[in-house]
Write a protein that binds this ligand. Structure first.
Ligand code: GLU
Length: 287
């Protein structure tokens, strides 16, 4: 592969960083250095309800403390919502997305329960033209969902079957090498949220292409996202990066660090005397 090596760390400022983030950021950073490549920091702050400026400041503070540096200016996704809206528009013109006015609860009630325990793996389908016209007139908010059926038609059966990504790390089943993409496991994903005008998969894939990311290095918890992200790339004819999903760092109790479990943050570790060298060593990166 003769693409220049470019990787990124793309946190969402929805809380302070913990050791799991440190491991991910250090892995991407060190891999870029070893490859004489570029390391990009990207702020994925499209969720208006959960993202906060003080968490973004915290990301810069914590990563500098860990000894990382990155290219400026940093791309903040909230500054580029028009780019993502234009991408959704392009799919709309091709008939690949549909308006969805339903709430999450309505969708789940409609199918009895969530398949795979996830509200995202649903395929509610378009509203009837009459219903859609009525809902539009009522001013109700709506999301844009990708239609897997239409995407399949647009790509063509052979290209759909051939859709795959290259895994240099560890997939969820420990697979590596060429992995067949199974976008259907994600359902008709939302590409533009009611409240945000875009959504994670679209914004992430758009920016990976725009920033020339050759290697996506991120936790194995995101491997499932790769299947639908690969489809979005194919629909836009964007190049597919190589993926290196890495193991998740676990705490003394054997559980992975996660924001929602209130894992100890880098900030509080620092304040109680832990050094950046300690964190780097624990993550397997020498001083
Ligand atoms: N913004 C995502 C997160 O914080 C990561 C996206 C990615 O690496 O693709 O979980």
């Amino acid at each position: 592969m003769d693409r220049p090596f470019v990787t990124r760390f793309a946190p969402s400022p929805t809380g302070r960083l913990h050791k799991g983030h440190a491991f991910s950021a250090l892995t991407a950073y060190q891999t870029a250095k070893d490859a004489n490549g570029r390391f990009i920091l990207r702020i994925e702050d499209i969720d208006p309800t959960r993202c906060r400026p003080e968490y973004e400041d915290g990301i810069y503070e914590d990563l500098r403390w860990l000894g990382l540096d990155w290219e400026e200016p940093v791309r903040r996704q909230s500054d580029h919502l028009a780019d993502y809206a234009a991408a959704v528009d392009a799919l709309r013109e091709r008939g690949l997305v549909y308006r969805c006015f339903r709430t999450r609860k309505e969708i789940l009630d409609g199918i009895g329960h969530a398949p795979h325990g996830s509200a995202d793996a649903v395929r509610p389908g378009p509203h009837s033209p009459d219903e859609e016209a009525e809902l539009l007139a009522s001013g109700k908010a709506y999301a844009w969902r990708l239609s897997l059926d239409r995407a399949h038609e647009a790509l063509g059966g052979a290209a759909w079957e051939a859709l795959s990504f290259y895994e240099e790390g560890t997939g969820s089943d420990g697979e590596s090498g060429w992995v067949k993409a199974r976008p259907e496991t994600a359902g008709d994903v939302v590409l533009s949220r009611k409240d945000a005008g875009t959504a994670y998969h679209l914004a992430a894939v758009h920016d990976d292409a725009l920033q020339g990311i050759s290697h996506v290095i991120r936790g194995v918890d995101l491997v499932e996202a790769t299947h639908i992200q690969r489809l979005i790339q194919a629909l836009f004819d964007w190049p597919a990066p190589v993926y290196r999903h890495h193991r998740l760092m676990t705490g003394p109790d054997g559980r992975r660090y996660a924001k929602r479990d209130g894992s100890v943050t880098l900030k509080s570790l620092r304040e109680s005397g832990t050094t950046a060298t300690d964190i780097r060593a624990e993550a397997g990166f020498g001083a």
